[in-house]
Design a protein around this ligand. Structure first.
Ligand SMILES: [Cu+2]
Length: 107
């Protein structure tokens, strides 16, 4: 076997492995700062994860109204990663501050 054919075989093998593997879930970031979620609206693919990080001194949560995710209490500097399993629009809020709202739309 010469080097060219070995290289071609490796490329074919790699392509086959990539095609067989399920789509990789992406991670998205939401920052909580100044008593607001940023970005407040976010579109993801179902199965993706979202990491919420609290940069405020006050504790916050990101709690979906439909129960699909909940970070629980995030103290200053804390973060939590949730999986957005279901498609649709998931409105969420902070359990401690009713004015803090966001929406994650999953396709
Ligand atoms: Cu809050």
């Amino acid at each position: 076997m010469n080097l060219v054919s070995r290289s071609a075989r490796m490329m074919i093998l790699a392509a086959a492995v990539m095609a067989a593997a399920p789509a990789m879930a992406a991670d998205h970031a939401v920052t909580i700062k100044g008593f607001a979620f940023s970005p407040a609206t976010l579109t993801v693919a179902a199965g993706d994860t979202v990491t919420f990080t609290n940069e405020d001194s006050a504790p916050h949560t990101a709690t979906a109204g439909d129960g699909s995710f909940d970070t629980g209490r995030l103290n200053k500097g804390a973060s939590a990663t949730v999986t957005i399993a279901g498609a649709g629009n998931h409105a969420y809020k902070c359990n401690f501050h009713a004015s803090m709202k966001g929406t994650i739309s999953a396709n």
